[in-house]
Design a protein around this ligand. Structure first.
Ligand code: AMP
Length: 463
């Protein structure tokens, strides 16, 4: 879980990158960084915490000028949360000053690190991204070809923005696990971003997606080169981006994520057509769109009975279990007169450990709910993600170890429904035939345990 952005050929590169990072903040709240390049030597600034913390900092916005920049917001999934692992990673090598920002997880990290250590490489970070820097530094040739041959050696998820002086490079792994889009700003500069809203916020226009396996080289407002580095590419974009992770105003597969979430709710309502209730209520914020779709199809009144405290991050976003408990308790508060005496269809996007949902059900019962029908806009999560979404180890995934009836009892709800995988895929592909069934464009490994790439047994997961 991370967000990346890059902009070139723009005298406001620093401010625009910072504004883009703020828009991508939901993808990682732990640390962020910006690499700037212009008249002065390329440099990288990194901070712990939220982008807004230093957004108006004089140093960042006024004293620093640059015409190209890349930025990164980080949520740790595979190494320590610390300033040293904050990105972008800048290095100086035979190819000049190069900086890299990465979204995803490299799954054959240990194998490649081992090989690089034997060749004498020295590692400063515990992050998987560093191996890419070493692979680039150790190779000879033209930079985009070196990036291509380095990426060819890697398995897993890596959407990248890379800066060398004023040249901006974007790259996406051959499966296209994580998103990466291209936009144009002020008609003279290109921007690369994890999600489209970051392009729109800075006044730009979405141009197109970077294709799975594509490398694009941009300089002085022109696309110098774009090619596919691996012809064996097969698209497996993470479907959980649409379920939970991406912003509802993001464009994915030519539609907003909101549209996909509304469809998830519509399909849920069709699956649950016998359910009678007084209100449909979302768990804010991710449940909103699915609840709208559910209400449309079922004709059950949409109501908002939960108030979210926006001053705490997502309950998962802090990786420490003890904080997670505390945050969840004051994150959602009930509106009693909406809930009291009501039979409720409660809609959330997913159940992971089950702990937040159980606490929430308790809150609703204390507020006087009569019955709760809990509906999730994705199937049960039975496997950890190895491609950049934070899911715990299998032993902590409630659906990996319990039947639906056992989960229902644990959550203490009257009925429990999950959107089927088939309906989820349909919702995300807008009924397009090509995407339905086995031949779809998505990675659904968290629901099926079937990973599109090889997963080593010793892969590091934080629980
Ligand atoms: P749990 O109580 O552990 O089942 O958590 C469920 C809640 O976590 C749901 O409201 C989801 O919106 C949210 N959630 C699901 N996946 C993630 C994730 N990878 N990071 C943060 N929150 C998540």
């Amino acid at each position: 879980m991370c967000g990346i952005i890059g902009i070139e050929n723009n005298e406001n590169a620093v401010v625009l990158t910072a504004a883009g990072l703020l828009t991508l903040q939901h993808r990682g709240e732990e640390s962020f960084g910006i690499t700037l390049s212009g008249k002065d030597k390329m440099k990288t600034l990194k901070y712990m915490g939220l982008v807004s913390k230093v957004f108006d900092d004089e140093i960042l916005l006024k004293k620093l000028s640059a015409t190209a920049a890349i930025g990164h917001v980080r949520y740790t999934t595979s190494s320590k949360s610390s300033l040293i692992n904050a990105q972008p990673f800048q290095m100086s090598c035979i190819h000049g000053n190069i900086s890299v920002a990465h979204n995803g997880n490299i799954t054959n990290f240990y194998e490649i690190k081992e090989m690089l250590l034997k060749k004498g490489a020295i590692f400063n970070h515990t992050s998987d991204t560093e191996i890419l820097l070493h692979l680039i530094a150790m190779s000879e040739g033209e930079l985009s070809d070196i990036i291509a041959s380095s990426m060819y050696k890697l398995d897993g998820a890596f959407s990248l923005v890379i800066l060398r002086d004023k040249t901006l490079i974007g790259a996406r792994d051959k499966n296209g696990f994580r998103p990466l889009v291209l936009g144009k700003v002020d008609s003279k500069s290109y921007v690369l971003s994890s999600e489209t809203p970051a392009i729109e916020v800075i006044g730009g226009k979405y141009v197109r997606d970077i294709e799975p396996g594509e490398i694009i080289v941009i300089e002085n407002g022109e696309i110098k080169k774009s090619f596919v580095y691996d012809s064996s590419k097969k698209q497996n974009t993470c479907i959980f981006e649409q379920v939970y992770f991406a912003r509802p105003d993001s464009i994915m597969f030519k539609h907003t994520v909101k549209e996909a979430r509304v469809k998830m709710g519509e399909y849920l309502a069709l699956q649950m057509e016998d359910i009678k209730a007084d209100i449909v209520m979302p768990v804010p914020d991710t449940g909103y769109c699915a609840a709208i779709g559910f209400s449309r199809i079922s004709n059950i009144l949409f109501e908002n009975g939960l108030v979210r405290n926006y001053y705490v991050g997502r309950s998962f976003i802090k990786p420490m279990q003890n904080l997670r408990d505390l945050i969840a308790r004051f994150k959602l508060r009930p509106i009693k007169d909406v809930i009291n005496g009501k039979e409720i269809v409660l809609i959330d996007d997913s159940i992971v450990r089950g702990t937040t949902s159980r606490r929430l059900v308790n809150i609703l019962k204390e507020a006087g709910s009569k019955k709760i029908h809990f509906a999730l806009s994705c199937p049960p999560i039975i496997s950890s993600c190895h491609y950049g979404i934070d899911t715990p180890n299998k032993e902590n995934l409630i659906a990996a170890n319990n039947s639906i009836e056992e989960i229902r009892k644990y959550l203490d709800v009257d009925t429990l429904f999950f959107l089927t995988l088939e309906n989820l895929i349909k919702a995300c592909s807008f009924g397009c035939k090509k995407n339905v069934g086995k031949d779809n464009d998505f990675c659904t490994s968290c629901f099926t345990g079937k990973y599109p790439t090889k997963i080593p047994n010793d892969i590091d997961r934080e629980s």
